[in-house]
Design a protein around this ligand. Sequence first.
Ligand code: NAG
Length: 551
Amino acid sequence: MVSNTSSFVLLRHLGLLSAAVALVTAATDPCVPGTFSFPSLSGAEGRTITASSFKAYKGNSGWRPEAVHIGAEGVSVCNVTVSYTHPGENDLVNVHIWLPLENYKSRFVGVGGGGWKAGEIGDDMMSMLAYQGYAAAATDAGYNHIPTSLPDSWLLESPGKLAIPLLTNFAHRAAHDMTVISKHIVEKYYNEEPKFSYWNGCSTGGRQGLDLAQRYPEDYDGIWAACPAVSFPALLMSLFWPQVVMNIARVYPSACQFEAVRMAAIEACDELDHVKDGVISRDDLCEFDPETVIGKEFDCQGTKIKISKEVAEIVKAMLQGPVDTEGKQLFPGTSHGTAATGFLSTANTICTGESCTAGRPFPIAADWIRLPLKKDASFDVTKISREEFVQLFHQSVREYNDLIGSNNPDLRGFREAGKKMITWHATNDEAISFKFMRQYYDSVSELDEKNNVDTKSYYRYFEIPGLTHCSAPAGVHYPLYGFDALRRWVEDGVIPTVLDTVLVGERETDEEGVSQAVYPYPSVSIRSGDSFIKYDTKKALDKQEGGKDEL
Ligand SMILES: *[C@@H]1O[C@H](CO)[C@@H](O)[C@H](O)[C@H]1NC(C)=O
């Protein structure tokens, strides 16, 4: 907690978190390897266990908004690392389990990964959770992926041969193994099983959360799956789509040009919700056509630039999403107001000043094509034709959807076990369009409907206007306390009818009512003056087709 004021606001938002969750002064065993053991886990064999405590850890990166919850005193835990192998597969997986030395809440949280990482070990979420008194764990899935380098060193066993065991760990196995191992370790230390277990992940971590609900429904009582990389094999091909479009046109717009079109879209659609806040909250009503800005002059750091027809067409193709050679839609596109360039974006280009000569693919998409698809580390992704892209798209789904699609709509096991799940997605996610997630949630709802089940009774999905991938740009409201809403749903039966979002870093100045309530999909929240009204996206679309806009 940064200050008394913010802790007051925090408690208000959490519904008095510390009062609601009885703090247990657990009888702990010593933090030494001898306290711990390897559980029985089919297909796995324990190797080594290390354990020692550390205090005042502050090594987290701070990129996730949740990092504001970590107090200045840092994190103090019993740090247990369990190494194991899948016999015959020659892997060595390390599970890192942090057991709070004080204020343990009798709850365990599995923390997901990001990008190629299966677990964000020691970063913001693990630190925040341990700081708040949760036992928290993350896995390296048997490889040490360094985000700034290529995955070739671990994803290939030998030239041209994929490391299937490690890909399987990344896909789903490591998260489940970690869960079984961690619950056992928690019990050994505190002499009782965790009362509740939760998953917390974004991006890859969100996908792992969905996969756990589908494949291992007993593992978690509550799953927080944010901005999930759902339908991974199709998703990765769609992340490459803007590059194909640019390579075919041989046109490489600069960041300024993309940004000018994006700003024009925001200008056109920002106020569809009657609020001028720089956020398109009604993407479903936004009919902005990039062609309308062709020839318009924009200022690019002091230089006047014009939007060409080619640039407008590239943006249109990104909004449309990948289509095959007959024009048939392969996967949904991106949304208005979403950044085309930047760290997590898909249409980056290589430029000297305003002169751009090549594309810069989203690294994981290029990795995916070179390694799992082409099995050729030196394959040149910049030469992919439209036909080959379509072929690779189909191959990707055919070969890998069962392994890592994480999009099985059948959540019956999860629901029948009484578990709960919340997903939120950023409507301006630069990497993973919220439309992919919407497609998945629709497939779950459709199946549930056939069985007379209301999906919302156990699984709620929230689309949050203006947010970016797992994060919040300045001035956009973020679900900073959402994980606790999941906990209250699981433990106290408090249905998350809305997800509260707040301005990160401005909690001290938050007045009552400044937080924005987001309603679960298919609704969106709209600010009307000082209050918020609920709006049904699907009904709005129906109305639109009838030629009338309900607003
Ligand atoms: C936790 O223990 C592991 C294994 O000994 C070690 O690699 C890691 O650095 C420790 N974490 C911290 C934050 O000290």
